[in-house]
Design a protein around this ligand. Structure first.
Ligand code: PLP
Length: 385
């Protein structure tokens, strides 16, 4: 995390709103994941923040990528270089999974020549894949409990465990190849039991698929959901990793390929936003501030991602409860109605930490306000790495 004086210096130099990505933090998060889950290959979920510089840094560290649209596929494809001298199909499978279970036919048509690994969760998708991307490898997405996760996904995606093996059979009957099984426990999952239950479900599905004569189904994709340390209530990643490793060893043969698709876990703490107070008012006895970034910009996660970002000021003084709004003319553009800040003046800077995931990525141009300028800090690169 950049220091407070560095944040101020960067904002003075680059203007605001300024979205600062710390690549040393990205590398630390990636290393933490790998250290505690050595059996798991990391497929960074690009939707959390698709900035090509982030893709390149994680690629250099050894990461692979989870994409969910053709443009995301191309961001990864065009930004990963120095690939090992393997056949094209091999490196694409090792480096990219297309993990959106629903794909339109044009996307499938364009993906086919890359022979990608794609997820699916229903029989109509099997027919579509057979017709438009017959060279894809398939991974069945199953629905698992999302209890207590901040962002719930099980209502939108995933075959029920009861229909799963029939869907594997359906794909093989259509002449396609099923490579594995995937799930997602819901994003910002702090209820670690979701993973334990999901691994049980996956284990029984593998056993059934193997017993029905499909031993080639050998990829276990445990999805995303790994929580970012937004606050102290989030239990340490080490605890989750210990549980997962014990379950892997108990349930799955050592030659199975296990992969995960962390998004938030890798980028949330690598992003900091600095904005400027552009207006003030007192309404209903409460002080209100207007800043130059909001719900239609980097704070989009307040709405879409259900994360209440805290704002901090550089000014010291007695704090009071206030409201903070974004710059647009929409009342929905409310960052917080109960923030605790000292009295601020127009031109003061404020900042939010841990805002790297599902924030800048979903910024809009609503009302003509452009997304925050993004800059990248990279101390290790400066030191000649
Ligand atoms: C969004 C998503 C992810 C990333 O989820 P996080 O909770 O950010 O780790 C991974 N896999 C799939 C299929 C997703 O849709």
């Amino acid at each position: 995390m950049p220091s407070r004086s560095e944040l101020k210096r960067l904002a003075r130099h680059n203007g605001t709103p300024l979205f600062i990505v710390d690549h040393d933090e990205l590398r630390r998060r990636y290393a933490l994941f790998r250290k505690h889950l050595p059996r798991v290959q990391v497929y960074y979920a690009v939707k959390a923040n698709p900035d090509p510089a982030i893709v390149r840094t994680l690629f250099r560290e050894g990461a692979s990528f989870d994409v969910a649209s053709f443009p995301e596929f191309m961001i990864v494809h065009d930004n990963i270089r120095a690939l090992p001298p393997k056949p094209r199909q091999q490196w694409i499978w090792d480096k990219i999974i297309y993990a959106n279970p629903i794909k339109d036919k044009d996307t499938l048509r364009r993906l086919d020549r890359y022979r990608p690994l794609v997820t699916y969760d229903n029989v109509d998708e099997v027919e579509k894949i057979k017709r438009y991307a017959p060279r894809a490898g398939l991974v069945l997405r199953v629905s698992v409990p999302n209890t207590g996760s901040v962002v719930e996904l099980s209502s939108k995606f995933g075959a029920s465990p009861g229909e799963a093996v029939d869907l594997i059979e359906a794909a093989f009957s259509a002449g396609l190849v099923v490579e594995g099984i995937s799930f997602h426990v819901g994003s910002q999952c702090t209820n670690f039991q979701n993973y334990v239950q999901a691994l049980e479900v996956a284990n029984s599905l593998f056993k059934e698929a193997w017993s029905r004569g499909h031993p080639q189904v050998r990829v276990l994709d445990i999805g995303g959901g790994f929580p970012a340390p937004y606050d102290l209530r989030v239990k340490p990643f080490e605890d989750l990793a210990r549980m997962l490793n014990a379950e892997f060893d108990r349930l799955f043969p050592s030659d199975m390929e296990i992969l995960a698709e962390p998004g938030r876990f890798l980028v949330a703490t690598a992003g900091t936003l600095v904005a400027e107070v552009i207006g003030k008012a007192v309404r209903g006895g409460k002080r209100c501030y207007y800043i130059n970034d909001g719900i239609y910009g980097t704070f989009s996660g307040v709405l879409f991602d259900h994360i209440p970002y805290r704002l901090k000021s550089f000014r010291l003084g007695k704090e009071e409860i206030c409201a903070v709004f974004g710059p647009t003319c929409d009342a929905l553009d409310t960052i917080s109605v109960a923030e605790s800040l000292p009295e601020l003046e127009i031109g003061d800077l404020v900042y939010s930490e841990n805002i790297g995931a599902y924030s800048h990525a979903s910024s809009t141009w609503f009302n003509g306000f452009p997304p925050a300028k993004a800059i990248h800090i990279n101390r290790r690169a400066k030191l000649g790495r």
